[in-house]
Design a binder for this molecule. Structure first.
Ligand code: EPZ
Length: 420
């Protein structure tokens, strides 16, 4: 397994290009199942998860072809052959469950492996299934698989989510686009990635109102056609590299980053002492003086994102004062804490909250990545730490961050990948 070695203490300076949003690209690729015409997606990030979704679509019989020479534009389309999403693919990437709604809407049947849990939580899909049942689907769970089918077309329904779910909102939004009649998704998630998906579906001929709000109204159509859609920049990658600039005491220009997608992230970073200014085609991020502890609670968008929690905790570990970090979305998303503490951080976990008492500096150490965002928080800590940090199991990192060591090295970080 590859490892990444960092020698800390060098302020970052330079420019980092922000790629397309992973969590927009994955549902958008699944939307390619909704038409046999070609869906052209540009600004696709080159990530392991994109390769996994590509393999999943191809085993459904869908062609996924690079439409440019750097692999950032994909042409997706074709007739659906297999309606099965097998366990060996789904277990690698939970977002595979996003093929369920499109398959049911398009060919009225789907056999999708239950995703199972992952290291950050049990992550059930009951809201996805209940919503599809309300739209007329027959859902049976057997042998670890979701067996779903519907007689005729899915029917529009009014679905009130008991709590906010990004994936359930996306699955049902895609299913509703081809359903017979009107679907209302109430208490829908409002993440920018959902707005991006809805915008693409409208370009494909879907009829959707309320984009960007928590109430989506979809009037189903008989068929959707092809379209060309450019994926929004990745707001979590943006927040991650903003933390990298701040923790290293440097200044970095994040090209293509969009302030309006960052919700509470930028407010919290500014409160912590990070200077963020919107410029023509990106954000200038710099740390002017010391960092100070700021309390955060993760919430659905536009609140502070759970996908930024580990990165922010690394930043707070070297801030003046203390910060209370409360995780309200997932039940086990503090696995970076013991690793950060091995680097000299002073973090105590009490249930869903962690108190971070800032220390003047961290010290490099060998550490273990456990999930995507935890692994990048260890990279951030390594940038600030005295001495050498080696992050093991960086395959977690490669799922969601393209060329992280190249992007940081180009800004002066002493970082390199040690092949296994
Ligand atoms: C999406 O996961 C993201 N993944 C996650 O990013 C992100 O952390 C999460 O949304 C929250 O913002 C993608 O977009 C591919 P949820 P998703 O449904 O859709 C519970 C990353 O690092 N729940 O909003 O799976 C669930 O267990 C990843 O890029 C149910 O109980 O998240 C969780 O506690 C990690 N039943 C909470 O709701 C359901 O049917 C929010 O989950 C669905 C969800």
């Amino acid at each position: 397994m590859d490892r990444i070695r960092i020698r800390g203490g060098r302020p970052l300076a330079g420019e980092i290009v922000i790629g397309g949003a992973k969590n927009a690209a994955l549902p958008l690729m699944a939307a390619g199942l909704l038409t046999d015409e070609r869906l052209l997606l540009s600004n696709v990030p080159r990530l392991a998860d994109i390769q996994t979704m590509t393999a999943l679509l191809q085993q459904h019989g869908i062609a996924v072809d690079p439409a440019d020479n750097d692999g950032r534009t994909l042409s997706i389309g074709g007739a659906i052959g297999s309606t099965e999403a097998p366990y060996d693919i789904v277990r690698k990437m939970r977002a595979s469950v996003l093929v369920l709604g499109p398959l049911l809407a398009r060919v009225r049947a789907a056999r999708v492996s239950l995703p199972g849990g992952c290291s950050i939580g049990t992550r059930p899909v009951d809201l996805h299934l209940k919503g599809l049942e309300q739209m007329g689907a027959q859902i049976d769970l057997q042998g670890g698989y979701i067996d779903a089918r519907v007689e005729g077309r899915l029917r529009g329904a009014t679905i009130l989510f008991p709590f906010i779910s990004v994936g359930a909102t996306e699955n049902l939004l895609m299913a509703a686009a081809l359903a017979d009649g009107r679907t209302v998704l109430a208490n829908a998630a409002r993440e920018p990635e959902i707005g991006d998906l809805a915008t693409c579906l409208v370009a494909m001929g879907a009829r959707i109102e309320g984009i960007g709000t928590d109430r989506l109204i979809i009037d189903g159509v008989e068929a959707l056609h092809g379209a060309h859609h450019s994926i929004i920049p990745d707001r979590i990658e943006t927040g991650t590299y903003a933390c990298a600039a701040a923790i290293s005491g440097g200044s970095v220009f994040l090209r293509h980053a969009q302030l309006e997608h960052l919700g509470a992230t930028m407010r919290i970073l500014r409160e912590a002492g990070v200077d963020v200014t919107q410029e023509a085609d990106g954000l200038m991020v710099r740390r002017l003086n010391g960092l100070h502890g700021v309390d955060v609670m993760t919430e659905p968008y536009p609140g502070f994102p759970t996908d930024m929690q580990a990165q922010f905790m690394a930043l707070m570990s070297v801030a003046e004062g203390a910060a209370m970090v409360t995780e309200t979305i997932f039940e086990n998303r503090f696995m970076h804490v013991p690793e950060l503490n091995r680097m000299g951080a002073r973090i105590n976990v009490h249930g869903a909250s962690a108190i971070v008492r800032g220390v003047p500096t961290l010290s490099g150490a060998p550490v273990m990545a456990t999930d995507l965002r935890a692994s990048v928080s260890l990279i951030l800590a390594g940038l600030a730490a005295r001495g050498e940090t080696v992050v093991n199991r960086v395959y977690h990192l490669d799922r969601g961050y393209e060329a992280v060591e190249q992007k940081l090295a180009a800004c002066g970080a002493e970082i390199e990948r040690l092949p296994s």
